[in-house]
Design a binder for this molecule. Sequence first.
Ligand code: PMP
Length: 422
Amino acid sequence: VDEVGALLPVVGGTTTVPLVDGTQRVYANLDYAASAPALEAVAARVTEVLPLYASVHRGAGYLSQVSTALYESARQTVARFVDARPDDVAIITRNTTDSLNLLAGVVPDGGRVLVLDVEHHANLLPWVQSSERHGNRTTILPIARTVAETLDALRAELARQPYALVTVTGASNVTGEALPIDQVVALAHAEGARVAVDGAQLVPHRGFSLTSTDADYVAFSGHKTYAPFGAGALVGRRDWLDTGTPYLAGGGAVRDVRADRTVWQPAPARHEAGSPNVIGAIALAEACDQLAALPAGALAAHEEALRERLVAGLSAIDGVEVARIWPDSEAPVGVLTFTVPDHDPGLVAAYLAAEHGIGVRDGRFCAHPLLAHLGASGGAIRASVGVGTTSEAVDRLVVALTQYLSTGPAVRYEVVDGCWAV
Ligand code: PMP
């Protein structure tokens, strides 16, 4: 189970953290879905290129030339990582949120957008906002009881009126579940709609192929893909991106500016005004290369084994309930959410951190409609895994929760604004 961690070591994989009893313990990081630690190879690459970096695209100096080449090559690597088609374009953004807001700005006027309320707010609110700006263009479809019923509802809605875009999660940040993307693409394309995939939780864990799924766009984040914060990507069809409203207005996005007219560049420059995150893009590309070099299927097998171990352990505890959106969804990624009914999730998470050195997340995970659907509007607890997660960390969570329910916490915790204290 833990071989992938040895193949791709992460920075700080054996960091110890203080416990409330004054001892130290190796941190059990079960919060990869929020942000994954950087790979050691990524850190080494950043150290290597720091002496070389300079402003890109406009400098004639040697370092500017080198930086420009590295930045543009990072763009190609990122596109290759999601198996982009030759005509696709990759835009370097800040993160998935940025990518989806960018996409929301280039959907042609009059084009309607269809989204499910299973989404992370990053794939919900840009469409809500764009609907407010562009006159009620977005339909939010309620989650149906099964994957099959959800696909039926999508099919019916697509037949009812024309859509320009269907935008769906590649994997839920709450339960790891997903709709079968190829079926969503088939339904949407049959009715002339494009498909965007929020790949934040999918791309780092399973990879993604624009070519084989035939999806039109994919968005993902560097900080969930074992690179530092601040770089992400939107990759997909060139036409809307070449002609749509530039995401950021400023230097680098224009070909010619006069007092009375502005001639914008096509994509990607059109949407990347200002000095870009060169180091972030290079780091993201290195992470992509490292993940791509793993033996085929190794990462998915590692994460599936850990998730199954976790589900088995948690399901065996009386008083812990693991959430599912659909009973018929297949192979969720390594993210799961559970509740301990009658126990405040914030206090349980504080106990796990303070007494066992376990990092989980609690709350509503930026997916309020989904948490309401799951009957967990009061919040829940999420555990998620990745390359550096060990089976020991997973087992520690199961033991800790068992102990919590039998003997309770050693001290009283208070949670204020997401921070706990004793
Ligand atoms: N979509 C999903 C499914 C996510 O899990 C997240 C991050 N939790 C986002 C979008 C937003 O990602 P970012 O914060 O990197 O923009």
